[in-house]
Design a protein around this ligand. Structure first.
Ligand code: IPM
Ligand code: MN
Length: 359
């Protein structure tokens, strides 16, 4: 742990600024107790950047992120940009940020807090004890593959699902190494019964697995995996998958925790990692102080452990969240029977108070 860190803060759009502010509240509390300094360097990405600079990822934002110890992002996107071409949309800003920082590995841990075992749309016995990790490839696949576009005067639209050996190998290694620190099981998810790119993916994953004899490797088709995630999620330890399948499966998996507002993520690959909630900008509830800040605060916790060498403080944040839920505090998106509903800022303040108990 150093005594000073520089953090790039990218609030983004919709509920992004509201939830990021609560993570900053919690971080400030930790800094105060630990007598260290977090310097927050704010920058724009997504719709807010389009409005100000006519581009979803200004060069200054990327440059700023590169010089920081870590990046914390809120969310991007809003309906008013829906008719822009993909190149100009807020989402492109996030994709270019991930690619620009070389963040090919997206880790999405899915853990059910005991206090929320009855808050899921699934039965308690299905979700109890769920503790899985989605390792999603983040800078390849159909998201980035060429050729792409709308052709023939609007008569045809196309994208390309493509993976290179190097891309599959490096994400597979991340999954196997993560599994070694967990229950030593990797489920590689693809669509190899239909897609050549998936057959290739599977071949490279199998070859990479040879270097990890202590890890059990299995394969599953993505449609089956979506079903198994709601049927019996506790069967999974590490799920390794490509960019688009990972995007979809992580939203499914999020509901195991009771709300999409709970799921954090870390994007790794280069010196500067990016931490962001899995949820989007939720324009329908933006500005109303009702969004759930827990996914962002939980992302900040992973940042503490992973980028700032502050594992103890990270665990304190996790315990602070668990305690709040156990004490039946929740936000509007979480269904705890008889729960005490808090606003975004109230939840931020409560977690900042709670964290002091565990530091
Ligand atoms: C996510 C989001 C992004 C993605 C969008 C906003 C580009 O859905 O992080 O899951 O598809 O990767
Ligand atoms: Mn998504």
């Amino acid at each position: 742990m150093k005594d000073q860190y520089q953090l790039a803060i990218l609030p983004g759009d919709g509920i992004g600024p509201e939830v990021v502010e609560q993570a900053v509240t919690v971080l400030n509390c930790i800094a105060e107790v630990k007598k260290i300094k977090f310097e927050y360097l704010y920058a724009d990405v997504g719709g807010v950047a389009i409005d100000k600079y006519d581009t979803p990822l200004p060069a200054e934002t990327l440059a700023l992120c590169k010089q920081c110890d870590a990046v914390l992002l809120g969310a991007i996107g809003a309906p008013k940009y829906d008719n822009l071409p993909p190149e100009k949309r807020p989402e492109k800003g996030l994709m270019n940020l991930r690619a620009g920082l070389g963040l090919f590995a997206n880790l999405r841990p899915v853990k059910v807090y005991p206090g929320l075992a009855d808050a899921s749309s699934l039965k308690r016995e299905v979700i109890e004890g769920v503790d899985l990790l989605i390792v999603r490839e983040l800078t390849g696949c159909v998201y980035f593959g060429e050729p792409r576009g709308i052709e023939n005067s609007g008569g045809r639209g196309l994208n390309t699902m493509v993976y290179t050996k190097n891309e599959v190998e490096r994400i597979a290694k991340v999954a196997f190494e993560a599994a070694q620190k967990r229950s030593k099981r990797v489920m590689s998810v693809d669509k190899a019964n239909v897609l050549e790119v998936s057959q290739f993916w599977r071949k490279i994953v199998v070859e990479t697995a040879e270097k990890y004899p202590d890890v059990e490797l299995n394969h599953m088709y993505v449609d089956n995996c979506a079903m198994q995630l709601v049927r019996q999620p506790s069967q999974f330890d590490v799920i390794l998958t490509g960019n688009m399948f990972g995007d979809i499966l992580s939203d499914v998996a999020a509901m195991l925790t009771g709300s999409l507002g709970m799921l954090p993520s870390a994007s790794l690959g280069s010196d500067t990692a990016l931490y962001e909630p899995v949820h989007g900008s939720a324009p329908d509830i933006a500005g109303r102080n009702i969004a759930n800040p827990i996914a962002t605060i939980s992302s900040a916790a992973i940042m503490l452990e992973h980028s700032l060498n502050m594992a103890h403080e990270a665990h304190a944040v996790e315990k602070a969240i668990a305690k709040a839920l156990q004490d039946r505090y929740c936000t509007a998106d979480i269904l705890i029977e008889g729960g005490k509903k808090l606003s975004t800022t109230e939840m931020g303040r409560l977690l900042a108070e709670n964290v002091k108990l565990f530091l």
